[in-house]
Write a protein that binds this ligand. Structure first.
Ligand code: FE
Length: 165
């Protein structure tokens, strides 16, 4: 077992018969081919963990899919007329029934665009633009990076940061 420090904090690199696992307080991940399999642990906020992994590994384009169990989620709803997001936080135990999104770059920073559906004890689903979500048990997320980078630029007309090719 060896440890190394990064500017995001300390990762511990653990090697076993199945390969190398990168561990940090709150989450761990393993690279398989070009994909990152991520385990986000109890009490950890998902969006910031994913952003950190992308930043740390220089991922500037790609896809994200995931599921898991959470205890709170903040969703945004974008109103195209006012060009503003209205946010709402739900504090209850929920299953992430679908987490989907992409990785791009804006102003040299990692930019995640994530949407999520989650269902509570009544099995009904809520969802929207994902602002943040905190894990209650575990969350399993796969980041599939692509070579190259995808940029973004703010559109005055739309009020959003659009893909900028
Ligand atoms: Fe969105």
């Amino acid at each position: 077992m060896s440890a190394f420090a990064s500017d995001m904090g300390t990762f511990v690199e653990v090697s076993n018969d199945n390969g190398v696992v990168m561990k940090k307080d709150g989450y761990q991940f393993k690279q398989l081919d070009n994909k990152y399999f991520v385990r986000v642990d109890k009490d950890t906020e998902i969006v910031s963990a994913l952003k950190e992994i992308c930043k740390e590994n220089n991922i500037t384009a790609g896809e994200i899919t995931g599921l898991g169990a959470i205890k709170s989620a903040t969703f945004g709803f974008f109103n195209p007329e006012t060009k503003e997001y209205k946010e709402k936080t739900f504090k209850e135990y929920m299953e992430i029934t679908s987490l989907i999104g992409n990785v791009s770059q804006k102003d040299d920073e990692v930019y995640l665009h994530l949407h999520m559906n989650a269902s509570g004890k009544d099995y009904k689903t809520i969802g929207g633009h994902l602002v943040k979500a905190v894990v209650s048990a575990t969350s399993e997320i796969i980041i599939s990076p692509e070579e190259g980078s995808i940029g973004r630029k703010f559109s005055e007309e739309i009020g959003l940061n659009l893909f900028d090719f």
